[in-house]
Write a new protein. Sequence first.
Length: 319
Amino acid sequence: SNSLLLLLAPTLCSLPTGTTEDTCDMDGKANADTKKSLGSGGTGSSQLRSVVKKFQAAEMREGAGFKIHRPIGGSEMTTAETDPFLMLDELGPTTYKKGEFEGAPWHPHRGQDTVMYIREGQGDHQDSMGNKGRLYAGDCQWMTAGSGIIHDEGRNHPGGALHGFQMWINLPKTHKMMDPSYKTIRNKEKPKFSTPDGSVEAHIIAGKVGDVKAKIQPIVPIQYIEFVLKPNATYTHKLPEEMETCIVYIFEGEGAVAGMKGGRATTLLLSKSGDVQLTASEKGMGLMLLAGKPIKEPGSNGEYQEGGERVEDVVGGCV
């Protein structure tokens, strides 16, 4: 699916890899404030990641014209920086009247995994393989497009709150033409992690937090995790060495990621090695953490494949 209208120009702050002292103000301007110690390990530890880029995610129109924020897939980061992730869109949080939200009408995908995660609300899904279903709050839909699939999503919203995320992962050449597949992970089935004091909770869509592992084992090694930190909570998340790409998107509250302050719609690209330190302000903080092993192969997050063909033409058009 393609964005229709760019409404908000992003504010971008670029920092050299390995930066540990410079931080960015909320308006994206670099300053020289010394980072405070934010929990175990300290900010000067070589075992902790630092911030390479910070910006506010662009606001756009998608699907049938609904508003989104796009942390990944815009002009703020290169495809090499986001590899293996092609796109991350946030829908809402907002409230719709019954029949007002029209979703994303029939459209094709090929050569990628697409993952829909619903935090609030509900929506229907149907595809060219005959799958039909409804996602509710906390549910996740994992679709491997492979050689090609056409689907329709988000229809029949009954009205009320709606908040969700759509994420795309590039598939390697060895798997781009595999048979498409579809799986729904219900909220009650989705692994969850909580610190002993309950100050930090994690919903694990892919990857691992502590000793808790996701049910899905993706083709490309990634982590896709929702963290919710209560006011003033702190947590250090450990990442496998192979997962050089790490991007954090704050969807509610305020806090610091790798020592860098941010709030609603702040997106942070982190350095390539080490763990990730998260610290909430007195308002608490909710965020999506994406980490993955780069596959260093071309991919597409739009209408055209990396070979130049239109996805719709290759897959066979829309139904």
